[in-house]
Design a protein around this ligand. Structure first.
Ligand code: DQA
Length: 151
């Protein structure tokens, strides 16, 4: 077990259908399960000196409640809102309340896919966006959050 230097908590929030990663369209999203991704995120966060809070919900309102909670509990937030990325003004409005760094994450390159995936309600609220690197997108997002907090 690696020592954790407490710099606060990085939160990773996952939206609908991401609980089925590994089984869901592996040609697009890869073979890692959400539990595999969580393990990579915990490692990346601990290496950077943070604890990790990793959650998934299929419900828009639950994601909104967690974003509100992150406002005071998290040092940084990575969010893959799944399909709510392209539809949710409620998620957008909740993210606007945060002053911590936010990274929008996607496994797939949403800009290389269907046109309806090109619009994101998350991007305008985010410090930055990582997409297209499969499960490694999450590790890149945590590394970017940690670097941002070093500034
Ligand atoms: C996704 C891309 C979204 O368009 C899609 O609805 C998802 C997953 C991704 O990680 O690539 O559920 O956010």
């Amino acid at each position: 077990m690696k020592p954790v230097i407490e710099r606060g908590s990085i939160w990773v929030l996952n939206g609908p259908n991401l609980n089925l990663l590994g089984e869901r369209e592996p040609g697009i999203y890869g073979g890692d399960s959400l539990a595999d991704i969580e393990a990579h995120c915990v490692d990346a966060a601990h290496t950077a000196g943070f604890t990790m809070d990793f959650r998934q919900s299929n419900h828009e309102g639950e994601l909104v409640a967690w974003i509100q909670e992150a406002r005071t509990a998290a040092a940084g937030l990575a969010i893959n809102a799944g399909a709510y990325t392209h539809t949710s003004v409620a998620v957008h409005d909740a993210l606007r309340l945060l002053t911590i760094p936010i990274v929008e994450v996607h496994l797939s390159n949403i800009f290389a896919r269907e046109e309806f995936r090109h619009r994101s309600y998350i991007s305008a609220t985010a410090t930055g966006v990582v997409c297209g690197f499969g499960s490694h997108s999450y590790v890149l997002a945590i590394s970017a959050l940690a670097a941002r907090m070093d500034l």
